[in-house]
Ligand binder design. Structure first.
Ligand code: ADP
Ligand code: MG
Ligand code: ZN
Length: 512
């Protein structure tokens, strides 16, 4: 068996207000989208490389990369600088890209993916290039993207499968979103992933192949799986792997050879003379070392950046599991988007109040919560992930434009829990809540959803379980044939309207 070895090189556009070395607007969110941006709108003599212009460092971008470094357990450099990477291509007006060569902003980090450590070699900062579009009569160039701050992250060759690479990229996206430094949407080109893959039967790594232009998490996973199979076939047939760059054909779902590497390109790196050296100091006072664009040196206080670090997705997932009791998969979904995570947490604190105030339960707010938490959390997860997400998507809404307040959603869950609304009508009710933004009890009255003349399956089943404790005990002791007896009761109570397979599922779930 060949063992796959995978390392990633990931570029992420930072969502700073302005570009990396000039004051042009950074509107990266509009670049890959349908909304579009007039070509060459955000340009100036600096990002168009007019002779005699001077770049000025964007301190917000530098701080963003430091935040990423801290979140990914990296060592932050004490001193860092920019370098010129020379190459000629029409999307690069200067004829060189300002990047970082031997003194990146941070190095030697790691994160855990499903309990396994993936090493992060380095994270540095550079500038994005313009965009070329090839048309019939030639090539058009748009410099709106030229000079947008671009963070580059390189991993150690620690990844072993397509799914692991995908999960790593998803975790990075969640972290960058939580840090509010990037949207990192792969489809929009805000996050670009190059994968390096080799396979080997021994400890010594095989020849690696690099795959480019992957623009979704899914294609990262599939391209890797494809390459592992392709390389295995090549080696099995006695041939050698050629070190090359390959592209990903989304339609055929396969990689194809783009160019064969002839040694490494000589970029003739040298230190960028027009940008001051960066110094990262712990706990300096701002008045003593002002962050200056014009001085010869720029001082940035890491301690201060540390105080602005939010709770990271991994910690949040952990909290969602241990504190609230969401299962692993749901915790992951609910914390992947910071707005959804906040929404969920607000819903839970509102539900605690609703449960106490609805008058159906005795005891303190904390007692009532502890007693009912398990079932409530299941309801919250189900209705948020399976239902509300779908309704919002269908109506082209997002968590940002979601009309259902946490308080209203909490009341809605409480109403389902206390059987004020049938399972069947709950879906209609939630949809009305999205359309009107109103509160559920009012909608229940006005839309007459309360007087549900059909039956409530869950209520019937709960009653059957409560009325037949002995039969339930026998069932739990292994007499599973009794399920038929229960289903008979359901059909009788619902006057034949219940869906037997749904009823069966619900019984099994409740009695397990
Ligand atoms: P290059 O000089 O070709 O760019 P680097 O040493 O900079 O190569 O590594 C680029 C990426 O490739 C890193 O993510 C690294 O972990 C990964 N990598 C290095 N060697 C291998 C290998 N044999 N197989 C798979 N990935 C590798
Ligand atoms: Mg490299
Ligand atoms: Zn500019």
């Amino acid at each position: 068996m060949y063992k796959p070895t995978i390392g990633l090189e990931i570029h992420v556009e930072l969502k700073t207000k302005t570009k990396m070395f000039c004051n042009c607007l950074n509107e990266n969110e509009k670049i890959g989208s349908d909304a579009g941006l007039t070509p060459n709108k955000n340009v100036c003599p600096i990002c168009l490389a007019h002779p005699g212009t001077m770049p000025m460092s964007n301190v917000e971008a530098i701080k963003s990369v430091i935040k990423a470094g801290l979140a990914l357990n990296c060592q932050i450099a004490e001193k860092s600088k920019f370098d010129r990477k020379q190459y000629f291509y029409p999307d690069l007006p200067k004829g060189y890209q300002i990047s970082q060569y031997d003194e990146p902003l941070s190095q030697n980090g790691h994160i855990e993916i499903a309990g396994k450590k993936i090493g992060i070699t380095r994270i540095h900062l550079e500038e994005d290039t313009g965009k070329l579009s090839h048309i019939k009569d030639g090539t058009l160039v748009d410099y709106n993207r030229a000079g947008i701050p671009l963070m580059e992250l390189v991993t150690e060759p620690d990844i072993e499968s397509g799914i692991e690479a995908k999960e790593f990229c998803q975790e990075l996206q969640a972290i960058f979103r939580e840090l509010k430094i990037a949207d990192a949407n792969m489809e929009k080109g805000q996050m670009r992933c190059e994968v390096n893959i080799s396979i080997s039967k021994t400890e010594k790594f095989g020849t690696k192949v690099e795959v480019k232009n992957l623009n979704s998490f899914r294609s990262v996973e599939r391209a890797i799986d494809y390459e592992i199979k392709r390389q295995t076939k090549v080696l099995e047939s006695g041939e050698k792997i050629i070190q090359e760059t390959r592209g990903w054909n989304e339609i055929k779902q396969e990689t194809y050879s783009q160019r064969i590497k002839e040694g490494s390109a000589d970029y003739r790196y040298f230190p960028e003379p027009d940008i001051p050296t960066l110094h990262f100091v712990q706990g300096i006072s701002k008045s003593k070392f002002p962050i200056s664009k014009n001085n010869e040196q720029i001082f940035i206080d890491i301690e201060k950046i540390k105080t602005t670090m939010p709770e990271l997705p991994a910690e949040k997932r952990n909290l969602f599991q241990t504190e609230y009791g969401f299962n692993v998969a749901d915790s992951k979904i609910l914390t992947a988007e910071p707005l959804l995570a906040d929404y969920t947490e607000n819903i839970i604190s509102e539900i605690k109040i609703w449960l106490k105030d609805c008058g159906e339960f005795e005891g303190s707010e904390a007692d009532i919560w502890l007693k009912n938490k398990e079932k409530i959390i299941k309801l919250v997860a189900g209705w948020l992930i399976n239902k509300l997400t779908g309704i919002l998507m269908a109506k082209k809404l997002t968590w940002e434009t979601n009309p259902v307040t946490a308080e209203n959603f909490a009341e809605f869950i409480t109403m389902i829990f206390t059987h004020q609304v049938s399972t069947k009508n709950s879906g209609i009710l939630l949809e009305s809540m999205v359309i009107t933004g109103g509160d559920p009890s009012q909608i229940l009255e006005t839309e007459n959803l309360k007087n549900d003349d059909s039956f409530d399956l869950e209520k019937i089943i709960n009653e059957i379980i409560n009325k037949n404790p002995e039969t339930v005990a026998q069932y739990k002791n292994g007499k599973t044939a009794l399920l038929k007896f229960f289903l008979g009761l359901v059909m009788k109570e619902s006057k034949g309207q219940a869906d037997p397979s749904e009823a069966e599922k619900m019984f099994i779930q409740k009695l397990s």
